[in-house]
Design a protein around this ligand. Structure first.
Ligand code: GLA
Length: 372
């Protein structure tokens, strides 16, 4: 894939000055906690995009996306589709007084788009690394995360920084424990024994996902504000205890109950990984799904269908919806090489019920953003 991207860039624009590999991410547990100062346990996956870039001397910038065969010339001020991620990174560099100048980028890879594996953050992080090169900014990993995060915020999602953090800090065979309150983190070696992580794509891209996401962010903030009016000792989300929830009504009560309990599940998942207790890790995934469905209300029929089929299956330790919700992927801990046969058992029923098919792939914790 790398060679294909480089070749295409050479054909269109000449020799690339830099080629960057930017992976997607999966999240084991800790969903809808990152923007609530909570805990997450993601990893960079072995699927990625490559971005080849060179400076342009034509007085304008162009981007070519191999996967969709889209050639965008003179992208100045264009915000449609994937161009918004390029523009928001450019705006970030402008805001810190660095001029990226004109450029040409070619990108493509095997990272599915719209599947909830953060293809947009893979673009942002990759393009930040390119802009760093072109402006000769002395960025460390923290600066790259900060830049990509700020850029994506500029693109209209009130999200947390789990995606950018895991894409930049990914390591082979390690997952990342990140405390989004103070951004302290460590990496954790993982060995799932006879099991592997599998992502099952519902192929649902919900139109309302972004709106609903921003609503959840607001509901949690509102819940916190109500609790703080009653208890001045509560300085932020992490001070909220179960007894505080009685100050709230639904939906705020349910949302914050999920956040408190999901943080607990992340702590327990760390222990399970350290003890190589895959069964327990799987049980935590199942509990997380139930909470995201019932308390946080970010699941959908397709996700629930797949989670129901997998949770309780003899060859599955556990499964849950992953990412923002309303579509995208299920992450499941499944006995190695068993997933195809398991899905065959209900593939037809899924298609008949929802009028679409599922697809799936295994994922392994892999190296993060790098110049190749
Ligand atoms: C999306 C966001 C992440 C995170 C998840 C939910 O993937 O990009 O920052 O909030 O949703 O956990």
């Amino acid at each position: 894939m790398k060679e294909k991207v480089i070749r295409k860039h050479q054909q269109l624009f000449g020799e690339p000055a830099i080629v960057v590999k930017s992976p997607g991410r999966a999240n084991i547990i800790g969903e809808h906690t990152d923007y609530n100062d909570g805990l997450v346990l993601p990893f960079a996956i072995d699927k990625c995009i490559y971005l080849a870039a060179s400076k342009s001397s034509t007085g304008s910038s162009s981007v070519y996306a191999i996967d969709t065969d889209t050639f965008e010339e003179n992208i100045q001020d264009r915000l449609d589709g994937f161009l918004q991620y390029f523009q928001s990174v450019l705006s970030y560099f402008k805001s810190i007084d660095l001029d990226v100048g004109h450029f040409n980028v070619t990108f493509g890879g095997d990272l599915p788009i719209g599947a909830g594996v953060s293809s947009s953050s893979a673009i942002s992080c990759g393009f930040v690394r390119i802009c760093q090169e072109f402006t000769q900014a002395t960025f460390n990993k923290t600066d790259i995360v900060k830049a990509a995060f700020a850029a994506e915020r500029g693109a209209g999602v009130d999200g947390g920084m789990m995606d950018q953090f895991s894409i930049v800090h990914g390591e082979n065979d390690k997952v990342i424990y990140l405390d989004c309150q103070d951004r302290s983190w460590f990496d954790l070696a993982i060995d799932t024994g006879d099991y592997e992580f599998v992502l099952i794509n519902t192929h649902v891209e919900h139109q309302l996902a972004q709106t609903a996401y921003n609503t959840r962010v607001a509901e949690c903030k509102q819940g916190l504000a109500i609790i703080q009016q009653r208890d001045s000792e509560v300085s932020g989300f992490r001070d909220i205890r179960h007894h505080h929830l009685s100050y709230l009504q639904t939906p705020n009560q349910d949302r914050l109950k999920h956040v408190i309990e999901e943080n607990d599940r992340v702590r327990k998942a760390v222990e399970a990984i350290r003890n190589k207790n895959t069964d327990h890790l799987g049980t935590l995934l199942t509990e997380s799904h139930n909470s995201l469905r019932d308390l946080y209300d970010v699941s959908c029929d397709e996700l629930d269908f797949i989670a129901d089929k997998l949770n309780g299956h003899a060859q599955v330790a556990g499964a849950r919806m992953m990412g923002g919700g309303f579509g995208g992927c299920i992450i499941a801990l499944v006995e190695k090489d068993a997933i195809s046969q398991i899905i065959q058992q209900w593939q037809e029923e899924y298609s008949e019920t929802f009028g679409r098919r599922v697809s799936w792939f295994s994922v392994y914790p892999s190296a993060g953003l790098q110049v190749v």
